[in-house]
Design a protein around this ligand. Structure first.
Ligand SMILES: Nc1ncnc2c1ncn2[C@@H]1O[C@H](COP(=O)(O)OP(=O)(O)OP(=O)(O)O)[C@@H](O)[C@H]1O
Ligand code: SF4
Ligand SMILES: [Mg+2]
Length: 384
């Protein structure tokens, strides 16, 4: 089987997900049949490289957070493996987990709940410094805390060190959460929608901060987002997920400007205006409310929602919504096809080995009339 891990740069990945699968068992009483589970992630692969951001996009429930939590070893995978610096990660026991998390840190979506309201900023930053053995003595600890606060632009640092979370704004709290992650001196940062709960006016500041830290610290960054404009703005690479399956990926510019997978095309057609991809700033001004949460709706049948992940559709999970679906799409997940320039796709419309693709490839007629999107935007045709 092919993988999603072919590099778009020559740099060796620092962290790789290899065919990860995650099922959450359902603890319901069922008299007949096998026990049920939520099939949240199916065969997900990705590679993170130093100084390089990879965006993971997809609608709500597609499995983005689950992938990040698998990579952070907050969840154990049902199948598949994780490779850190080319070695398979085996994290049995507290010590092994702690050593792994020293290298792979996560920033959560909600800066309100990710900080302990009972403790001051000093506590949140001193803890990782102590746990990972970076501070030797009180004076060094204080110096490192001040330096961390300055690196995330919380200055003058003395004003912030003794504050409780409730005395900070949302943006300041997220900066503390980022500083806490940096305190471990990680080589990988997993940022799960780090700006989606923040005020629109400060989102760009936090994205710029993450971009600067990525450069300065040579961090490998996973950036989870619903917003394709910020994926293009922020990440060199973008991967698109649908119902637990990776469907398309490659250089962000290529994937977002020239999407090839029917799902990516639908996702992009939900964007209010193609010109918004000029800049995040511009988009925010245009929209007034910031990034829309992308969600598609199909009328009548209700099939516009993500399929059930308890009994997911076989083969390509997008087939119940795809206007190009063929019999083979219901039977097997399409292999990965390289489109050139690091752009890849899982779709039977592409690839010489996909017998039926020859007739269909390049003949996208766009989306049928009955497909509507939440914001009332007609899906864009390929040639528009
Ligand atoms: N701990 C859990 N136990 C059971 N099911 C879970 C758990 N975590 C996630 N799921 C399920 O797995 C699926 C994928 O969820 P996940 O949170 O990864 O999606 P997501 O793409 O991050 O969505 P969103 O954009 O809304 O954050 C969902 O159906 C969700 O209900
Ligand atoms: S594999 Fe088939 S169902 Fe899936 S996106 Fe491609 S054409 Fe549509
Ligand atoms: Mg999520």
């Amino acid at each position: 089987m092919s993988t999603n891990t072919a590099p778009s740069t020559n740099e060796t990945p620092v962290l790789e997900a290899l065919h990860l699968r995650k099922e959450f068992p359902l603890h319901t009483i069922k008299l007949f049949g096998p026990p049920q589970a939520i099939h949240a992630v199916e065969d997900a692969s990705l590679a993170l490289r130093p100084g390089h951001a990879t965006a993971l996009v997809g609608e709500s429930g597609s499995g983005k957070t689950t992938v990040a939590r698998l990579l952070a070893r907050l969840y154990a995978p049902t199948a598949g493996s994780i490779r850190y610096r080319e070695e398979i990660v085996r994290t049995r026991g507290e010590a092994a987990l702690r050593s792994y998390r020293r290298h792979v840190q996560m920033v959560f979506q909600d800066p309100f709940s990710s900080l302990n309201p009972m403790h001051m900023v000093r506590y949140h930053l001193s803890r990782p410094l102590r746990i990972y053995g970076h501070a030797h003595g009180a004076a060094e600890e204080t110096r490192l805390i001040m330096s961390l606060l300055e690196r995330v632009n919380l200055t003058p640092a003395e004003q912030f060190v003794s504050k409780f979370p409730h005395q900070l704004s949302g943006g300041q709290r997220q900066r503390v959460a980022i500083a806490r992650a940096l305190a471990a001196r990680p080589s990988v940062l997993l940022a799960d929608e780090p700006v989606s709960m923040l005020d629109v006016s400060i989102r760009l500041d936090i994205l710029n901060l993450l971009a600067r830290l990525k450069e300065e610290e040579n961090l490998a960054l996973l950036f989870i987002t619903h917003d394709l404009a910020s994926a293009r703005y922020f990440a060199e690479e973008t991967q698109v997920m649908y119902a637990g399956q990776m469907v398309e990926g490659g250089p962000s510019e290529e994937v977002i400007q020239r999407p090839q997978h029917p799902y990516t095309q639908l996702l992009l057609s939900a964007a209010p205006d193609p010109d918004r991809f000029g800049s995040v700033d511009q988009h925010q001004q245009d929209d007034g409310k910031g990034s829309p949460r992308i969600q598609m709706i199909l009328p009548a049948s209700g099939s516009g929602e993500l399929p059930s992940l308890i009994t997911p559709p076989g083969g390509c999970r997008f087939h119940p919504r795809c206007p190009h679906a063929m019999p083979v799409c219901r039977q097997q997940f399409p292999p990965r096809t390289e489109l050139g320039g690091g752009h890849w796709i899982h779709c039977f419309l592409y690839g010489a080995e996909n017998a039926q693709s020859g007739e269909v490839k390049g003949k996208f007629g766009g989306w049928p009339q009955e497909v509507r999107l939440q914001r009332g935007v007609r899906p864009r045709r390929m040639n528009e």
